[in-house]
Design a protein around this ligand. Structure first.
Ligand code: SAM
Ligand code: SF4
Ligand code: SF4
Length: 247
């Protein structure tokens, strides 16, 4: 079980596959974060980021320090466009850098920030805290071999994320609709995670994107038990056998 908090939907990139541009761009209020901290009493692995760039939150370090003081372990995924200080490196337990390609022109076309900049920031962190660093790539059909070679040479774990087949992600691309292979979802059945949207709305997974469309996990579970897929779950990889992550 882990908890994820979308502290901001503000971003400085426009990755073509990300639903960020379909969202209202705002930072989570401190009071909202504080309320979540009060309700999340048991220490957990806390992923502080949602559909936005976490390092852009003006109180990012204060939020991390506050969560650490409650005993949580903290991880983030960042687009790597900003410098991380020694304070970031001490407070954060895991730092994921998103990098889909080393090719500047391709990255630019895809809406990503500069790979050279991400590499600079990643390598600076890696030289100080190698065990905390991970790489995250989205596989949208590009050549991943140079990235795999780089990760292997540097001994950095590389997580490849399948491009999301879920309907709520597909504002700027389409994937073939796949038949549902199961009507059981571990996120609603086993409480795999808790996700808090930037407005404080709580959800059973991080894939719903629009907080106004969130259904309670019991409602989702009931619909699925009737072999009916609610709109917040349409084409989800959990139900079509397309699991999102692989190494
Ligand atoms: C939404 S981003 C937020 C953190 C930060 N802005 C970043 O890009 O790393 C978190 C992760 O989700 C991935 N992601 C975004 N849209 C995706 C999609 N359609 N399919 C798969 N992964 C996606 C990003 O590449 C990134 O690794
Ligand atoms: S994937 Fe990250 S960097 Fe790219 S648009 Fe989405 S939130 Fe921003
Ligand atoms: S969106 Fe996917 S992971 Fe989330 S509750 Fe629905 S089926 Fe499960």
């Amino acid at each position: 079980m882990f908890t994820q908090i979308e502290i901001t939907t503000v971003c400085n990139a426009k990755c073509f596959y990300c639903p960020n541009d379909t969202l209202e761009h705002k930072h989570m209020a401190w009071e909202c974060f504080e309320r979540i901290m009060q309700s999340e009493k048991s220490p957990t692995m806390l992923l502080i980021q949602g559909t936005g760039e976490p390092l852009l939150h003006p109180f990012f370090l204060e939020m991390v320090a506050h969560a650490k003081s409650k005993g949580h372990r903290i991880s983030i995924i960042t687009n790597g466009s900003m410098t991380l200080s020694s304070t970031h490196m001490v407070l954060l337990d895991q730092i994921g850098f998103s990098l889909d390609t080393l090719d500047e022109a391709l990255a630019k076309r895809s809406g990503r920030t500069s790979p050279a900049q991400t590499l600079k920031h990643l390598l600076a962190c890696h030289s100080l805290t190698p065990k905390k660093i991970k790489l995250y790539a989205v596989n949208y059909g590009q050549d991943l071999e140079p990235l795999k070679t780089f990760a292997k040479e540097q001994n950095i774990p590389l997580v490849i994320q399948r491009i999301q087949p879920k309907k709520s992600y597909q504002a700027h691309y389409t994937t073939e609709p796949l038949p549902y292979t199961t009507y059981q979802c571990p996120y609603v059945e086993n409480e795999k995670m808790r996700y808090y949207f930037v407005d404080g709305t709580k959800a059973a997974c991080c894939f719903m994107i629009d907080s106004t469309k969130v259904l309670h996990s019991k409602v989702i579970q009931h619909a699925l038990s009737q072999k009916s897929v609610p709109s917040c779950c349409t084409q989800c990889g959990e139900l079509t056998g397309i699991k999102r992550l692989y190494m």
